[in-house]
Design a protein around this ligand. Structure first.
Ligand SMILES: Nc1ncnc2c1ncn2[C@@H]1O[C@H](COP(=O)(O)OP(=O)(O)OP(=O)(O)O)[C@@H](O)[C@H]1O
Length: 574
């Protein structure tokens, strides 16, 4: 507001300046206040008049420039502060969402939100701030213009209004284009993520051509979308510019020939008009930009709503400070049923009744798709039974308790995940207080110490795409070491040694043997030879437990599923 006031006065000061250099008659009564401003000026010595007016003019313009600079900084701080909040809220909300939420969503959609929708929202916020500034600015300029000539200003406003009403359909079109941008970018990010995750398959099977043609079609649509929006905006700008030319011609004619305003007043009107009209054009452009980003706002808003509804509950009665939860008796599944999709008839788990004793090793086996991973996900509370209960030490766990329980769980998946950090960082993320000695001990446990010692910088070697690339088996061993370092009360190995050779697998078996009695171990294994020493083996088929018992007992039953699986493996290894 101050900036536009200063600018208004700056224009106003042009009058005495112009009259001093003889271009205008300052005694003219057509411009309000000008004579009262001119009077003290007249009393000054003649060689001081122009410098004084120019100094006033300079001060006003410099003040305006400084304030504008400040305004740009404040705008940026507001915008960036808002975006930082949004980023943090989104990331934190996503991290703390429950597993059911992640089962429904594509991971690439989160990348899309974080990398394309957030910058669009950021741009939308910036444009909105600009629009607010422009509106304030324009209101003040309108005040000045009304003061100078009410009828002409009202005529300008009326024309602006007619043009704005006419342009409403363009705003709707901008919004439709924005919706297309959102969908196209979602497809773009999703496709790129999928393709580069599967780049080895693409290269090995010569599928480059098919992917390139998919990409080409998408790029064409993206290009068209952006060009259409630019066309829309340039057409709006042209409409405003064309209208400006007609209006100026009309006003000059009307003022001179019809209402006979004085030349000085007309000069001011033209000056103000030339400042006011571009603001209308800028407002139209901002409104179109905002309309284009509204789908991104809505998308982000919807994600935020979903994330809020999917937040993991706060642990009830198990405060953070309590540390790891020790399981004394064990876990129990009682009449558990579970479906991923409640609209379909088939169950991933049905009628499961199972005890997993504490500090013993339980192995879960079965054909692919039998429900082994689903059982584990339920054990650690990632998913909840549709009916039935999961109990820990005889107590049914609510969602909050199972969230707390996961602090005492170490889970090693089929596809071990390492961060692009050093070995040390990858280990300490699980146990921030772990000493170097305990790290080496964990690595020894996982039969990883000798190869880590041979890495160029030992524990400080950076792993991953941009660092040292490890083989599948080496990655599995580091992740295993990380799991152990945490000293969990429940250790889950989901095919965690599948990439290891027999020698390394045997040394891990021995290490697990040493752990027996100090923690509950649940192993999912396809290679049945690795679970000989398990205290209990649970055989799943089609989501149901079909056998349970020790290795010797189950392998003796040739007609049972376990016996059949053993026979298949024996035949396969011949
Ligand atoms: N996210 C999911 N959405 C829908 N269905 C799923 C989902 N995950 C698994 N299923 C289905 O649930 C059943 C059990 O799957 P689960 O992953 O538990 O089997 P599994 O025994 O661990 O298989 P594998 O040994 O191949 O890993 C399968 O029929 C599978 O298709």
């Amino acid at each position: 507001m101050v900036v536009s006031l200063l600018q208004g006065f700056g224009i106003f000061l042009l009058a005495p300046m112009l009259s001093l250099i003889g271009l205008m008659d300052s005694s003219s009564g057509g411009i309000p206040f000008l004579s009262s401003l001119a009077e003290p000026l007249q009393r000054l010595p003649s060689d001081l008049k122009l410098p004084v007016v120019l100094a006033g003019f300079l001060i006003l313009l410099l003040g305006q420039g400084l304030l504008q600079r400040q305004l740009a900084n404040v705008n940026s701080e507001l915008e960036q502060g808002f975006i930082r909040r949004l980023r943090l809220d989104m990331y934190k909300g996503l991290l703390q969402s429950n597993w059911a939420f992640f089962l429904k969503k594509r991971k690439s959609d989160f990348i899309h939100h974080a990398t394309t929708e957030l910058p669009r929202v950021s741009f939308g916020i910036f444009t909105l701030l600009q629009l607010v500034t422009t509106i304030l600015f324009t209101l003040i300029q309108i005040g000045f213009a009304l003061w100078l000539s009410a009828p002409l200003t009202l005529a300008v406003l009326l024309c602006g209004l007619i043009l704005a009403v006419y342009s409403r359909s363009k705003v709707r079109k901008a919004r439709r284009l924005g919706q297309d941008t959102t969908e196209l970018m979602q497809r773009y990010v999703g496709g790129m993520t999928d393709h580069f995750n599967g780049i080895k398959d693409i290269k090995s099977n010569r599928m480059e051509k098919q992917h390139l043609s998919w990409f080409r079609v998408l790029c064409d649509r993206l290009e068209r979308n952006t060009v259409q929006f630019t066309r829309l905006q340039s057409a709006s700008t042209f409409r405003y510019n064309a209208a400006a030319s007609f209006l100026i011609a009309f006003f000059v004619y009307f003022s001179f020939e019809v209402i006979h305003v004085q030349a000085e007043t007309l000069l001011f009107i033209v000056l103000i008009f030339s400042r006011l009209w571009p603001k209308f054009s800028a407002m139209q452009s901002s409104v179109e930009q905002i309309a284009q980003t509204i789908p991104a706002f809505r998308n982000l808003w919807e994600l935020q709503q979903e994330v809020e509804a999917a937040q993991e509950p706060e642990p009830s009665g198990l405060p953070e400070s309590k540390g790891a939860i020790r399981v004394v008796q064990g876990f129990e599944f009682r009449d558990v049923f579970y479906r991923y999709d409640r609209t379909v008839a088939s169950y991933a788990l049905q009628d499961v009744n199972l005890r997993i004793p504490a500090n013993r090793m339980t192995a879960v086996v079965g054909r692919s798709g039998a429900g082994k991973s689903t059982l584990i996900d339920m054990l650690i509370g990632l998913i909840q039974p549709e009916s039935g209960q999961v109990l820990v030490d005889g107590k049914p766990l609510d969602a909050g308790d199972s969230y707390a329980l996961r602090r005492s769980v170490s889970y090693v998946s089929q596809d071990p995940f390492l961060f692009h950090e050093s070995v040390r960082d990858n280990l300490s993320i699980a146990a921030p207080d772990a000493s170097e000695d305990s790290m080496w001990e964990a690595l020894r446990f996982a039969a990883a110490d000798s190869f880590v010692r041979k890495l160029p910088q030992g524990l400080d070697t950076v792993l991953g795409d941009r660092g040292v690339r490890l083989s599948g088996g080496e990655r599995q061993r580091i992740v295993l070491a990380r799991a152990i370092l945490r000293r969990p009360s429940l250790l889950i190995l989901d095919e965690a040694t599948s990439a290891l050779d027999s020698e390394h697998e045997a040394s891990i078996q021995e290490a697990l043997e040493r752990l027996r009695g100090s923690m509950t171990i649940v192993v999912i294994a396809h290679r049945l030879s690795t679970i000989r020493d398990a205290d209990q083996i649970v055989v799943l088929d089609n989501g149901t437990i079909v056998q349970r018992g020790g290795y010797t007992q189950l392998s003796g039953d040739r007609n049972g599923l376990f016996g059949k699986l053993l026979a298949y493996q024996a035949r396969a290894s011949v």
